[in-house]
Ligand binder design. Structure first.
Ligand code: KMH
Ligand code: ZN
Length: 270
């Protein structure tokens, strides 16, 4: 089995310091959090940025600032969100790609999110994919249900997304696939042969799905974007605390954790 890639989704867009006061929001806080996650074993950081009022933003300047601060601290792979927050216009979501991060998220379908729709029209998905391909940014294909996976696979087959592709199964959202183990295995069975995949379990599923991903050759995403708790009713102290727990679990299960350099090789980043 290849080494395990741990991703830290440190901030997200639907979270706030009211929900967990340890949420990193300023560029300095985010860079410190990314560094602590790297020390704990993360090789990728998935980034959303916040403005001075801690509101979700797709500001080019903020992404540039956080990237610079992280780069000064460590060699963690930087993945920008192109999902933004629910309702962020597609033009805004596309903008930060011009900074050429190592990777970027690519959401391949629309889904209900809270009381709203997280809208991802086919034409917008395809323009994001084209821009990533042009700039040689590796997409992480975010799937929340089976139809999205099949559409993502079709984009790889059509050449719009270069192979080998990397998928993320986001399991446990209210309106997408639940965190039931069989969903993970069903999605995995539908992947192209050379694809890699990670699992992002939402809420309590973050911990419950991690061992299944570890033993089935997948990779794991943890962090405040998906889960603010360490255990039932107990807020996590930091993103690094969540990463460290999965790194320990991987050790127990005898799967080595990848460094950023090793993760670059596994994902065939340019
Ligand atoms: N904030 C969610 C609506 C991504 O980063 O690409 C979408 C999201 C996915 O967070
Ligand atoms: Zn995100």
């Amino acid at each position: 089995m290849t080494k395990l890639i741990l991703t830290a989704a440190i901030t997200g867009a639907e979270t706030s310091k009211k929900m967990n006061p340890n949420l990193p929001c300023s560029p300095e806080e985010q860079a410190d959090a990314a560094h602590a996650c790297w020390k704990a074993g993360a090789s990728i950081v998935h980034l959303h940025v916040r403005d001075e009022n801690e509101k979700p933003s797709q500001s080019l300047e903020l992404f540039a600032q956080v990237t610079k601060l992280i780069r000064e601290r460590c060699d963690i792979i930087i993945q920008f969100s192109t999902g933004g927050a629910v309702g962020t216009p597609i033009k805004e979501r596309l903008k930060p790609l011009s900074l050429k991060p190592d990777m970027a998220s690519l959401n391949v379908g629309s889904i209900n999110f809270g009381d709203e729709v997280f809208e991802n029209l086919p034409k917008d998905i395809e323009s994001l994919a084209k821009e990533m391909s042009r700039l040689q940014i590796k997409p992480e294909i975010e799937v929340y249900d089976l139809g999205m996976l099949e559409y993502g696979v079709s984009l790889v087959r059509s050449g719009l997304i270069p192979a080998p592709a990397h998928f993320q199964f986001v399991l446990g959202t209210k309106y997408g696939l639940s965190g039931a183990p069989e969903n993970l295995f069903h999605l995995k069975a539908k992947l192209p042969a050379n694809a890699t995949f990670a699992v992002a379990g939402v809420g309590r599923h973050q911990l419950q799905l991690a061992p299944l991903a570890i033993v089935s050759g997948g990779h794991v995403r943890v962090g405040f974007e998906d889960n603010l708790y360490f255990s039932k009713g107990v807020l996590a102290e930091s993103n690094a605390q969540l990463v460290a727990r999965i790194a320990d679990l991987a050790k127990t299960l005898e799967r080595e954790v990848a460094s950023p350099a090793e993760a670059r090789e596994i994902l065939q980043l340019t």
